[in-house]
Design a protein around this ligand. Structure first.
Ligand code: MLT
Length: 275
């Protein structure tokens, strides 16, 4: 595998060189499609791209990606971050406003630590900087073993409701269906690799304190997975963060309430322009 083809990179828009590109990193167990509604609503002209993270969407497996990078074979979000950096550089993107939702946020924080020059602005949506506790880690490893043993992703299908806020779980069956379709389209090997990689991630709160560029912390008011208290913790760690709490949305703000998410990402990218 060549570095050029490392991760599948979905180019939503091409913009003028004077505008900072916007890179969107998706959550688990999903792929770049969770950004479709937001990108549709983004004003102005700028390059907008979204990779599929290793083993998800159309990207090759985490094991193959690690092999191509010459990285250790254990699942790791460091591998995901290095793969995003290599994929962006191969596409001619040397600097960007980078925003990630949940697992995408974990990868964005790894990018700040490992590829600081790439990150002109940092968006952390429905995510947290802390590591898993022992129980959460054990649960992830159990799910990883289950999806591989069963050869299907049934063990993570319950997330289609848990990812949404209390309001939309009831009011928006269309979103439950959409999430179900996206989750069912993922392969068990990629789902297991992502769970193991997330289980191994370190606490990156101290990395944020060193990020003085423009930052955004956004969270759904009804996010039960990474609640507003986790967002407050991120905002306290970041020197220059705008904080946005989105009413009537849970963990999947990008599909539950895409308008305020698009507006906040546009403000982040404008702050990153010229930096
Ligand atoms: C996600 O949305 O990416 C996941 O909920 C992240 C996680 O499992 O920690």
């Amino acid at each position: 595998m060549t570095i050029d083809g490392l991760l599948a990179l979905h180019t939503y828009r091409d913009g003028p060189p004077a505008r900072m590109p916007l890179v969107l990193l998706h959550g688990f167990p999903l792929d770049h499609r969770m950004w479709d509604d937001v990108v549709h609503l983004l004003p102005g002209e700028r390059t907008v791209v979204a990779p599929d993270l290793p083993g998800l969407g159309s990207s090759p497996s985490g094991e193959d990606v690690a092999g191509a990078l010459g990285a250790p074979s254990e699942p790791s979000l460091d591998v995901a971050a290095d793969a995003v950096a290599a994929t962006l550089r191969a596409a001619g993107i040397e600097r960007a406003a980078i925003a990630g939702l949940s697992m995408g946020g974990y990868v964005a924080m790894a990018l700040v630590e490992r590829h600081r020059d790439l990150v002109a602005g940092l968006g952390l949506l429905d995510t947290k900087s802390t590591a898993d506790d022992d129980a959460a880690r054990a649960n992830r490893l159990r799910i990883a073993d289950t999806v591989v043993a069963e050869g299907e992703v049934a063990a993570v299908l319950g997330m289609r409701r848990a990812l949404l806020g209390e309001t939309n779980r009831v009011a928006r069956p269309d979103l439950v269906d959409r999430l179900e379709q996206w989750i069912r389209s993922q392969g068990p090997v990629g789902v297991a690799w992502s769970q193991r990689a997330m289980a191994a991630r370190p606490d990156r709160t101290s990395v944020l304190a060193r990020f003085t560029g423009p930052a955004l912390v956004l969270v759904g008011a009804e996010d039960d997975v990474t609640p507003p208290s986790a967002a407050r913790h991120l905002a306290q760690a970041l020197p220059a963060a705008e904080v946005v709490v989105v009413p009537r949305a849970g963990h999947m703000t990008s599909i539950e309430e895409p308008e305020p998410v698009a507006a906040a990402l546009d403000r982040l990218a404008l702050r990153a322009d010229g930096s």
